[in-house]
Structure formats: C-alpha cells, structure tokens
Design a binder for this molecule. Structure first.
Ligand SMILES: Cc1ncc(COP(=O)(O)O)c(C=O)c1O
Length: 505
C-alpha cells in the first residue's frame, strides 16, 4: 500500500505533468498497472476480511452442517459488522435500525417468507400489501388532490412496488423509451439528466439504449434550468430532477423543470428515492421544501424508496406514474409461451412477498405521526452537524442541504480527512467532481451524543491533516487517483477487476 502514490505523483510525474495526455506510453501504462495491483490487493483485504480466519466453502458439504453451528457463525459475523451502524458511525445505509422496529419487521418477514406476488392466487395477501403500499405512497405525494391537468400523461396516479431505487428508475426510463417509440415514433430516445442525478439513470441509458444527455448544476448545485431547456430535442422522452440528489443532498428546481417538461410535452421524472419519505414530513414541520410531487402538473413519475426513510427492510421501493396509460409501457406480457400466459409488472419474475409484507407493516406501524417525529429528529440532528461543520474554518458545505450534507475543503485534502474519519470508525461517502465527502443523516445519528461525536472527530481529523502534510493516508491516494486520472477507461477497468474480485473464489 505504501507504494501507492497520490494523484499528483501518478498524473503529473508519470505523465510529466501532462494532465491532458490521454494516450499513455507503455512504461507509464506498466507503472499504472503495478499501482492497480497494489490497490486491488488493498481492496481485497477490505472486501474479504474473513478469508484468513474462516473456512472457505467452495462446494456443497457432503453432510449438512449443524444448524446451531451455522447460526453461531452468522451471529459472530453479525456482531462484528453491526456495531458500526448501530452506534451511528455510518452515512445512510441503515435508516432506522432501532431494535424493537427490526425485531418487529423480522417477525413479519418470518410470517411471510414463502409468499410470492407472482402467484396472486396463492398469496392474495401480498397483492393487498403491494397495492396499499402504492396507495399510501401516492396519497403522501398528493395524488388524490390533483386535477387532471397534464394533457399528455394525465389520468389516475398508479404504480408498483419494486426491489429498490435502481429498479424503480430503470423501470421508469424503460417506460418513457417505449412510450416515446409508440406515441412519438422516437427511434433514438434521449433523457435529459442533471450530472448530480443518481448513477441508475446512466445504467438505464446503457441497458435500454437511451442517450443520456447530462446538464450541469449551478453554483448552488441545482440543475441548470436554462441548460435543461436547450438540451431537450425532438428525441427527448424524459427530463429528470432529484429530490434530493445523492451527492450533495440538493433538491433540483423542480417547479421550473416541471413547467419545461409540460411545455415540451415530455415526461418529467422526480427521483425521490432518497427524499420521498422525508420531504412530505419536513414540509409539515415547516422546513423550506419546494413542491416536489404530483402537485406539480409536469411531474409524470416519482421514485421513492421505502427501504430508506420508509424504514422497511432492504429490497423495496415504489415507482409511481401520473396515469395508468403510461404505466402500461412498463408491463411485460407474453401470450405465446408454452409455459402458459405470462406477465409481470416489474423486472423480476418471482419476487419476495415477505419484503412487501415487511414494507406494508413498516408504513402502517410508523404512521404519519411516527414518520413526522423521525423526520423532526433527523433534521434537528442534521442542523447540529451543519452548524458544527460551519464552525470549522477549513471546511465548507456544498449548497444549502437539509440532511444529506456534503462538505469539502479549499486547502486540505478532503480524502485524507475521510481517511482519518474512517480510522475513527466512521463510514462516510467520498464524492468526486468536485472532491467532497458527505454524511447522510439517519435515525442512527439521532442517538444521544452522536452528532457531537461526529463534529469532535471531524475537528480532530482537520487538525491531524493540517498538522501532518506529508502523511499520505490509506485510501486518500486511491480516491485522489480515481478523481484525477485523465484516462477514465483505466478507472473503469479497475472497477471491473474489483467486481470480478468480489465474486472470486
Ligand atoms: C437519489 C437516489 N436515487 C436512487 C438511488 C438508488 O437506490 P438503490 O440503491 O436503492 O437502488 C439512491 C441511493 O442512494 C439515491 O440516493
């Protein structure tokens, strides 16, 4: 690891300071390959810490293991892994994590572990849960208050339960592609997406052959509406805005984007995966929240993750559409298969009905009161954290976020600060373009003393980095290199190798 150089040594020393050079000389390429080897070695140690002290199971055992043995092993691993998130050291990831809530949800899953919404005849209970999850989410987004005011996409708000934010987004983008093809004869579809929108939109572009036209954000990290206007062409099927975006927690200018989409008669997707179950309650609590939901006449679909601030178990989200006609473009059905008439509303065939039962139970057990109280705690905690960051002169906050707080530094290496925080047990998110770190505040951070501990550790981190300018840090060079190398295909190759490594045996 010691051999890994910082971004500056790799790009400036190896390329002779030529950041613009894209074609690398063979000896430079060789050197970088060596560096990659070192990086991968380090990443492997982190991703596979059990390889050293646990037996590797590479074939199904002849004789099944004792159940007690299996449980003991898993309890041991769980104990090792849970204390970081339980004690509030982790950004995002576990959004509730309270013991009583988790035990309740686990019991609900146990009751429903065999159910599968693909077999509605066997488990009509799952169908009830899923349609009610959609109804509750739609109501939260004012679906019942809207007039039929979108001439192209109007109708009745409807939707589906999916496996997560990415699936909700993929489904929506496929829907707009197919809508554009059928209704507008668009053969080369395009989506207009702020650079800060989630990577899932780019994934959708790759999977479904939709050109992703990226628009910049302004100085407040909000989508640039003028650029959005000029990016729309005759091939555009959908415009995207986030409520808020993952990187800086900033809500795009959704009312303006809604107007643009309405005028151009294209879809407008609001990605509320992260904020869907915070913003409605934040608004009620009096925080300054722009209208972000179906009250905006241009909003034609919304993704909202129940497995984040809906406090359900991982594996559930909701995709909503303004009208049923649009949702039809999402559905799959075939009438010719020898296996019988087959249809499925989302990507998967069989699905875990247990997770939908858990999601339904989370929504009805929390209630509007529970969600409002949880949001109140989260936003108050985020307020303490924001004030704390502002009190550190070397740091600044990106834009004016509510609870996903990204910060950077004008004079210190922010990735070294991230490194130091990591050594202090924190798991924060490293961002790039521009270089930054964020903390996504959850209920875990609302435990007594957690925000104060975060600020104290952050102050220590800044002091340490300021006082040790020669210290390279552990992961900072990797982040720095990833952010700074001009040839992105090499970074992409590294990511491929890392994914190979995760599934290596
Ligand atoms: C704004 C936003 N959209 C989409 C997603 C994707 O959600 P998932 O990881 O559940 O697929 C995330 C995840 O953090 C997000 O923050």
């Amino acid at each position: 690891m010691k051999k890994i150089r910082t971004k500056r040594t790799i790009t400036q020393k190896l390329l002779g300071g030529g950041m613009k050079a894209l074609k690398l000389l063979p000896h430079v390429q060789k050197k970088i390959n060596e560096e990659y080897g070192n990086i991968l070695e380090e990443l492997e140690k982190m991703a596979k810490p059990y390889n050293k002290n646990l037996p590797l199971v590479k074939s199904i055992p002849e004789q099944g293991w004792e159940k007690r043995e299996i449980i003991d092993l898993m309890e041991g691993l769980n104990r090792r892994e849970e204390n970081r998130w339980k004690e509030g050291y982790v950004s995002g990831a576990v959004y509730h994590g309270g013991e009583e809530h988790l035990n309740f949800l686990n019991g609900i899953y146990a009751l429903n572990s065999q159910s599968n919404p693909l077999h509605s005849d066997l488990w009509p209970s799952t169908i009830k849960y899923e349609s009610e999850i959609v109804a509750m989410t739609a109501e939260m987004f004012h679906a019942n208050d809207i007039k039929n005011d979108n001439p192209v996409f109007g109708g009745r708000v409807c939707g589906n339960v999916t496996s997560g934010g990415t699936e909700s987004i993929l489904l929506a983008m496929k829907t707009y592609r197919d809508w554009g093809r059928k209704e507008r004869g668009i053969k080369k579809p395009e989506m207009v997406v702020p650079v800060t929108a989630h990577a899932a939109f780019e994934k959708a572009g790759q999977y479904f052959n939709i050109k992703v036209v990226k628009i910049p954000v302004d100085k407040d990290y909000k989508a640039d509406t003028e650029k959005a206007k000029s990016a729309i062409t005759r091939n555009t099927v959908v415009l995207v805005g986030s409520a808020p975006g993952f990187p800086h927690g900033i809500i795009d200018p959704l009312p303006e984007l809604s107007e643009i989409a309405l005028k151009r008669k294209i879809g407008f997707h609001v990605d509320a995966c992260l904020g869907g179950f915070i913003l409605p309650w934040a608004e009620k609590l009096g925080y300054s929240v722009p209208v972000f939901d179906f009250r905006l006449p241009g909003v034609t679909s919304i993704s909202a993750d129940t497995h984040k601030y809906g406090y359900a178990a991982k594996g559930s989200s909701v995709i909503l559409y303004r009208g049923e006609a649009l949702r039809r473009y999402q559905y799959f059905k075939t009438t010719e298969w020898p296996g019988g008439l087959y249809f499925s509303p989302t990507f998967a065939g069989s699905r875990p009905g247990g997770l939908s039962a858990v999601c339904w139970a989370s929504l009805v057990s929390m209630g509007k009161k529970g969600y409002t109280e949880a949001t109140d705690k989260i936003l108050k905690t985020a307020g303490i954290i924001k004030e704390g960051i502002k009190s550190i002169s070397e740091l600044f906050i990106f834009g004016d976020p509510l609870w996903v707080i990204a910060f950077g530094s004008a004079n210190l290496d922010i990735y070294r600060i991230l490194d130091y925080m990591n050594e202090k047990k924190w798991s924060l998110n490293g961002l790039h373009y521009p270089e930054a770190v964020h903390i996504c505040v959850t209920l875990r951070h609302t435990l007594p003393g957690v925000p104060e501990r975060f600020i104290a550790d952050l102050k220590d981190a800044v002091k340490h980095v300021r006082g040790n300018p020669r210290d390279k840090g552990k992961m900072a060079p990797i982040y720095g290199m990833a952010a700074g190398l001009p040839d992105r295909s090499m970074i992409a190759e590294l990511m491929d190798q890392y994914m190979d490594l995760l599934y290596s045996f």
